[in-house]
Write a protein that binds this ligand. Structure first.
Ligand SMILES: [Zn+2]
Length: 112
């Protein structure tokens, strides 16, 4: 799973909706409150992000609550193994990936 960090302030209603959204989607995340954490403030400034919520998903920075992009990057794709039908979760937007099925060890290619 990708590394997801969300930068928030305690008074921002969009941050609250964003966190609820991540929980609903089953996406694990780390929260950094920039109104209380000067280190988090510096990190956000270094990424060139102004305003919350800001998301860092692996190396991608998303400013604002852009559900579709966040879901695509953080939630990834769910594909089915063509041999045993096991559902596998993959990162999105990484080109063609060679995937090995967790349960039957079948190897196949998926375009992400
Ligand atoms: Zn399989």
């Amino acid at each position: 799973m990708p590394q997801v960090t969300i930068y928030t302030t305690s008074t921002c209603p969009h941050c609250l909706s964003a966190k609820n959204f991540l929980r609903q989607e089953g996406i694990a995340f780390t929260e950094k409150d920039v109104s209380r954490d000067p280190g988090a403030q510096r990190e956000m400034a270094a990424m060139g992000a102004r305003g919350v919520p800001t998301f860092k998903i692996d190396e991608t920075v998303i400013v604002g609550f852009d559900r579709d992009r966040i879901k695509a990057l953080a939630g990834g794709l769910v594909v089915e193994c063509p041999r045993c039908r096991t559902r596998l979760r993959l990162p999105a937007g990484k080109g063609t990936l060679k995937v090995t099925c967790n349960s039957c060890r079948h190897t196949f290619k998926v375009k992400t």
